[in-house]
Design a protein around this ligand. Structure first.
Ligand code: NAD
Ligand code: UDX
Length: 468
């Protein structure tokens, strides 16, 4: 019987997923712990606008659960010691150096948190992998936990079961995804542990949606699900380029192929390439694992998904420069949207970052507006020591704006990188009056509503639509 849960990692997954657990299971006591004190303080903030994660509907759930049966804290050891079930929900970024650099997962946070569990857990504890992990990571986790039992200093009651329960939420729709998931995946070797976790999900999710597998299928399925989703985006983006030169329209092509039920209509929106903290790192991890196991053709196949994504972002940047008479040096350009998709404040791997950097390198001055991303975050994302433009005075080359109007003043071009709803209803007639002539709008999401009477004097470029 599970009474107390500890979740290590209070990020985009740990915070929202445990809030939904707490919401549906008022009898559970849930502690979400993190080494990042600032993040924990933000989760405990009275002002819900200061929560570290922006997700529609999250504030309501936090209001109902926080300090009732959901607690955010930095007391990691104590929370581990009292927990019956522990979720590992820490970050698993790409390794930056050493063996597997640039592709393999950096498991240092998983290892550190597992060691904390090994040292501090009491009695029987179910350890659940919530983070996305390379297949067979549970083996490492089990090894670290078993070593602590062997050196138990007389605590003979200490035992562990390890489960894999990857998270499939997408940012921007996280609360809905957690409340109504397509499926919940639980991989494990011990039926009692699997049932203990399944019985929690059963409080709000129909039994038939809870898939039970072996550990390795569960770990691998998460990487494969992300790889398949990203593959669809690279596929449609590659076709967007073909549409632009052939007279076809990517929206029409997407609809035409998506109505085939075998293909399906989701994830067929062409755009500036996929961003977010997951797709790139998870595919690269699959690429690394495949070559590690000697499956070079498999590895190269999946690597192509990432290469097309990089190509799409570079292709778009070059195209913008070409349209602006081959140079953006000294020109003001407005970037609308900095998060990697709408309805999140997350900028990790956002296409807006790479496109902005390409334009800054060419000498452009950027005026950037995003409804939810802070100015501090935008500046942090754009300052990179090894970029040529870092020599320039940053306050001269980047201006963070607080409205669409402010970001449009005297600009030669507006680039819409994120499909926030408020961009879809822009009055282009009014905005174009603020811009320098000739004025360009680059609709990288194919999401803008251009009305004929409002677009006089405006040059419009839509991704994946013939610009012959
Ligand atoms: P995140 O960076 O937002 O949060 C991770 C948190 O873990 C950070 O706050 C960090 O301080 C904390 N942490 C790291 N080491 C710790 C330790 N030893 N003790 C305590 N806290 C520690 O990451 P995220 O976006 O929540 O992702 C977490 C995992 O979930 C990753 O493996 C990711 O691939 C996976 N995932 C993410 C998403 C998503 O949409 N973000 C969706 C599904 C799965
Ligand atoms: C993804 C997976 O969807 C989710 O299941 C997993 O748990 C984490 O990774 P996320 O990255 O949060 O979620 O958002 P997602 O909606 O998948 O979008 C990822 C990127 O692909 C965004 O940059 C988005 O704009 C882009 N995208 C998505 C497209 O360009 N076209 C599409 O049709 C769909």
């Amino acid at each position: 019987m599970i009474n107390k849960i500890c979740c290590i990692g209070a990020g985009y997954v740990g915070g929202p997923s445990m809030a939904v657990f707490a919401y549906y299971c008022p009898d559970l006591q849930i502690k979400v712990v993190d080494i990042n004190q600032e993040r924990i303080e933000a989760w405990n903030s009275e002002n819900l606008n200061n929560l570290p994660v922006y997700e529609p509907g999250l504030d309501e759930i936090i209001t109902q659960t926080r300090n009732r049966n959901l607690f955010f804290s930095t007391s990691i050891k104590e929370s581990i010691a009292e927990a019956d079930m522990i979720f590992l929900s820490v970050n698993t970024p790409i390794k930056l150096k050493g063996l597997g650099a640039g592709k393999a997962s950096d498991l240092k946070y998983i290892e550190a948190s597992t060691r904390m569990v090994a040292e501090n857990a009491r009695n029987h504890t179910i350890v659940v992998e919530k983070s996305t992990l390379p297949v067979r990571t549970a083996e490492t986790i089990k090894m670290i936990l078993s070593a602590s039992i062997e050196n138990n200093n007389g605590d003979n009651n200490k035992t562990f079961s390890v489960l894999s329960n990857p998270e499939f939420l997408a940012e921007g729709t996280a609360i809905n995804d957690l409340k109504n998931p397509d499926r919940v995946l639980i991989g494990g070797e011990n039926d009692d542990a699997i049932e203990a976790l399944a019985s929690i999900y059963c409080k709000w999710i129909p039994k038939e949606k809870i898939l039970k597998t072996n550990l390795w299928s569960s770990e691998l399925s998460k990487l494969v699900a992300n790889a398949f989703l990203a593959q669809r985006i690279s596929s449609i983006n590659s076709i967007s380029a073909l549409c632009e030169v052939s007279g076809a329209d990517i929206n029409e092509v997407s609809k035409a192929i998506g109505t085939d039920t075998r293909i399906g209509d989701k994830f067929l929106n062409a755009g500036p390439g996929f961003g977010g903290s997951c797709f790139k790192k998870d595919i690269l991890n699959l690429v690394y694992l495949s070559s590690y196991f000697g499956l070079n053709e498999v590895s190269e196949y999946w690597n192509q998904v990432v290469l097309i994504n990089n190509w799409q972002q570079k292709r778009i940047s070059n195209l913008i420069i070409k349209k602006l008479f081959g140079t953006v040096s000294g020109k003001k350009i407005c970037i609308l949207g900095f998060s990697f998709k709408a309805n999140t404040n997350d900028t990790r791997e956002s296409p807006a970052i790479s496109i902005s950097k390409n334009l800054l390198e060419e000498g452009a001055k950027l005026l950037i507006f995003d409804p939810k991303v802070s100015g501090k975050q935008i500046i942090n994302d754009l300052i990179t020591k090894d970029q040529a433009y870092s020599d320039l005075s940053l306050d001269k080359s980047i201006e963070v704006c607080s409205s669409i109007e402010e970001a449009s003043k005297n600009v030669d071009a507006i680039i819409v990188t994120t499909a926030w709803d408020q961009f879809k209803i822009i009055n282009w007639g009014e905005i174009s009056k603020l811009m320098r002539k000739p004025s360009w709008v680059f609709d990288l999401r194919n999401c803008l509503d251009f009305k004929e009477e409002n677009t006089e004097g405006l040059k419009i470029w839509k991704l994946g639509v013939s610009n012959l």
